[in-house]
Design a protein around this ligand. Sequence first.
Ligand code: SF4
Ligand code: SF4
Length: 163
Amino acid sequence: MMIILIFSSLSFLLGLILSYSDYIFPKTIDPIINKINDILPQSQCAQCGYPGCYPYAKAIINENEKINKCIPGGSDLIFKISKLLNLDKSLEDINVQNKSILYTTVKIDENNCVGCSKCAIFCPVDAIIGAPNFMHTVVQKFCTGCNICVSHCPTNCIKIIEE
Ligand code: SF4
Ligand code: SF4
């Protein structure tokens, strides 16, 4: 009983200390991180090497990460970020890291689509339309080329194509 009481008092005390330190030293989030995140494609495809768009935006500001790692965003995104950060664009920056999958999008071979909807469920930007048990198709205008859908198609009918 005594031990429970001691532990409860300690946790209460620790909680108080943490709340007080939060009040004294509030955590400030650099608004520029949110601005970068807003212009990232929100594919959450992790091709930049980070688990998603927001962690990449954070790394650009907090860890001086390069701005040329977002494959779906391509060179347009590099221009936008460099404008936002007032950076001089070097040629190295403008070359997106993995050139072999730069400017790609996907296309569904509609004859082999079984309409399982798996691709549409996983598309982070809702670029795939179709109805269950009917053919699906990719709306190119919205596709960011993240390629997430490719591995989710059970019939292998989604192909990566160059734009
Ligand atoms: S259609 Fe596929 S490649 Fe295009 S954004 Fe959606 S998941 Fe990514
Ligand atoms: S995952 Fe493949 S088979 Fe299923 S709906 Fe999408 S394109 Fe068609």
